[in-house]
Design a protein around this ligand. Sequence first.
Ligand SMILES: *[C@@H]1O[C@H](CO)[C@@H](O)[C@H](O)[C@H]1NC(C)=O
Ligand SMILES: *[C@@H]1O[C@H](CO)[C@@H](O)[C@H](O)[C@H]1NC(C)=O
Length: 802
Amino acid sequence: MWEGTMRRQVLLFMWILSLGPVRGQISYSIPEEMAKGSLVGNVAQDLGLDVKRLRSGRARIYTGDSVEYVELNRDRGVLLIKERIDREALCRRTTPCALHFQIILENPMEFYSITVEITDINDNTPSFEKSDMKFKISESAVTGAKFLLERAVDPDIGINGLQSYVLTRNDHFGLNLKDQPDGGKIVEMVLQKPLDREKQEDISLLLTAMDGGEPRLSGTAQIYITVLDVNDNAPVFTKPVYKASISENAPKGTIISTVSASDADKGSNSKITYSISNTAADVRDLFEIDELNGNLMLKTRLDYENERKYEIHIQASDEGGLTDSCKISVEVLDINDNKPVINMMSKTNVISEDSNLGTVVTMVNVQDLDSGENGNVQCTITEHLPFTLKSTSSNFYSLVTDSDLDRERASEYNISITCCDEGVPSLSSSVTLTLHISDVNDNAPVFERSSYEAYIVENNTPGLSIFTVKATDADWNQNARVSYILEDSSVNGVPVSSYVSVSADSGVIHAVRSFDYEHIKDFHLCVKAQDGGSPPLSSNVTVKIMIQDQNDNAPQVLYPVQTSSSVVAEMVPRSADVGYLVTKVVAVDVDSGQNAWLSYKLQKATDRALFEVGLQNGEIRTIRQVTDKDAVKQRLTVVVEDNGQPSRSATVNVNVAVADSFPEVLSEFTDFTHDKEYNDNLTFYLVLALAVVSFLFITCLVVIISVKIYRWRQSRVLYHSSLPVIPYYPPRYSDTLGTGTLQHVYNYEVCRTTDSRKSDCKFGRAGSQNVLIMEPSCTGTMQRIQNEKNILDEPDSPVEVS
Ligand SMILES: *[C@@H]1O[C@H](CO)[C@@H](O)[C@H](O)[C@H]1NC(C)=O
Ligand SMILES: *[C@@H]1O[C@H](CO)[C@@H](O)[C@H](O)[C@H]1NC(C)=O
C-alpha cells in the first residue's frame, strides 16, 4: 500500500502540472480484483475540491454506456470499488489497462477526467485446453523427430503470464520452445534417444506450464506415448543345436523333438513359422515340421540300416521376413526289426543212401541287417535227424550227414534250419529243405514166409495154379522189381520144371501135369526171387507141394479069390461054437487115409442068422450054434467099402460048407462041377497074390534106397553149386515122367498071418521113413490099425511128416 500511495501522488502531481486550464484530470492505479468498497482514491483532496462542493455540485461519475466499476462517495470525497474488476476480462492482453470516466459537477458545471489504471495480479494459472495428449510413435522414429505439443494458456500478462514449460524427466524426449512473433511460444517434444518398444511400450510424461507470478502458478497436461512396433527383432531359437533320438520304425507322426524360437516384436512381427531348410530331398521326405508349434515329426518310418544319423536345419521366420536357424541332430536307434535271411548256397536236394558220414548236403549263408546283438545269429536244425549243422566261417554253415542214411527207413527228410538273432525279442526265420534219399540196391527181396506148403488134389488139370509165392523188396522202383525164378532141381530124377512152372512176374506156381497121389505124394521146389538192381540181389524159398488123395481107386479083394471055375468053400464043423471064425475077407485100397479105410458088410446070405462079418476086420464068424438042420452049402456076399467121398466098393462071394467031414462036403458040392475048377483057380490066385506082395515089397525097397541115394547126392550138389544168376527165368515144360517117392502120411501097422483061419497077427512097425513095408511072409490078410489119434484129429487130412 505504501508503494501504491506513493505512486499515486507522483502521478497526480504530474497530471496537475500538465492540465493547466482543464479543470482537473487525475489518474489512479489500482490492482485488479479489489474487494467492493475498497478505496480507489480521494478525489476531493486530489482535485482540491471541498466536500461541500461535491455535495452541492451533485458530483457524479459518468461512464457513458460502460459498466460502472467505481462509485463516488460524495460524503467522503473518495472513489470506491463498486464492481469487482477483472483485468483479463476488461482488457484481455491490452496494456496498460485503464478505466476512463468523468466526474461531473453542476453549479457550475465542471468535469474532471479520471483515469484508473488496473494493474495485473497473478490470479490465473496456466492451463491446457486438454488435460491429456496422446501420441503414437513408431519405435523406428529417428532422433530429432519433433512432436508439437499443445500450448498452455495464461490470461495474465507480463510476468504473470506463461513463462516456461517443463517436461517430466525421461530418457527419450526433451522440450524445444520456439518464440513466435506474437510473443507466444511453440512447444515441441523432441526425440533425443531412439525408442524401443521391446523395452518400453508405453511412456507417460507430464508437461508443466509455469507463469512468472509471485507465487508462481502452474498447470499440467499428461502426455501418453504409445511406442509402435517395428519388426526390428529376428526370431531367436532357444538352442542353436537340439539333440534327439528316435528308434527306427517309430510310427509316422511321432514327434521327435520340438524347437522353439521367440521374437521380441509384437503382433504379426512376432508371428513365427518354422520350416526345414535342408536342401537334401531325403530329409524333407522323412521329416516334417509343424509350421506353428515347431514339432518335428516323422513323415515315414526310418530305417537304421539305411541311415543312422540325420541333421535337420530348421528355420524360424517372422512375418517381417527376419529369420533364425538351428540344427536338430537326430540319432536313429537300432531296433531288432530284421529277421535273419537264410540263403541256401547249393540246391542239391537228393543224396544217395550210401553217402559217407560228413557228406555236405548244402551250404547255408545267414545275414541279419541289424547291428550289434540284434545282428548276431545262431542257427540250429531239426533235432533227431541224421544231419548236423557245422559253422564253417562267420555266417556260413554247412549241413552235413552225421549218421548213416537208409532210404528204406526214411526216404526223405524235411530239414528245418532255424536262425535266431540275439535281439530282445529275438527274431528268427527258418527254411525247410526237403532232402530226398536216393535208392541203392541194398535190400534183397524177402519172401513173406521162410517156407511154404501147398496142396493140390490129385487128378488136377495141367496148368492149374497151385499157389502163389510173394516176395517184397524194400528198395525202390527197379531195385524193388521182383522176378520169380524156379530153381533147377529134380524130383525122382526128373527136373522139377516138368512138374511145375513159376510165373516170373506174379510168383504163381502152376502145375504142369496132372498129379497122381498114388504115384507121388509130395515134392519140394525152390523159388528164387530176384530184384532188378545192378547188381541184382536175390533170396530163395522152399515150397513143399503136397498132393492130396482122391478116392479114385475101389477096394480090391485079395481073399477069398474070386474065380469062375473053381469053388472054394470054407468049412464050418457042425460042432463049431458061437463066434467060430469061418474066414476073413481081405481087401486093399491103394488110396490112402479115409479113402483106404475099408469096412465090411454082409450083403446077402443063405441064412442071415448064422453068420456075421466084422465091420472093421472082415472076419466072418458064426453067431449061433450050428444045428443039423442048417444046410451044408451056405453062400455069403460081402461088400467091401472104402470111406471116401463118394465111397467105392467091391463085393466078394464066400462059400461056406457046414459039415463034419469032407465027404459030406464033397457030396454036397458034387453039383458044383465048376467049383472044382474054382478051387484050382483059388490056389493060383493065392500064389499070385503072394508073388505080387513080394514083388511090391522088393520094389519098395529098391525105390527107397534109390531115392535116399538121389537125395543125398542132390543135396551135396546144391550145397556146392553157386549157380550164375539169371534175371528172368522162362518157365520150362517137360513131359518126362518121374517116379514117385513113397512118402507116407500114415503110420501103418501091417499084420501078418500064417493062417487065414486064425487071427494071430505079427505086427511090423513102419520104418522111420514111413514106408509101407509088406513082408513076404505075410500071406496077404492085412489089417490096418489106424493110429487112433490121427483119425480123431485129422480124419481127412494127411499127417505131416516130422
Ligand atoms: C515234408 O514236407 C512235405 C510238405 O510239407 C510233406 O508232404 C512230407 O510228408 C514231409 N515229409 C516228412 C518226412 O515229414
Ligand atoms: C537159397 O538160400 C540159401 C541161403 O538163404 C543158400 O544157402 C542156398 O544156396 C540158396 N539156394 C539156391 C538154390 O539158391
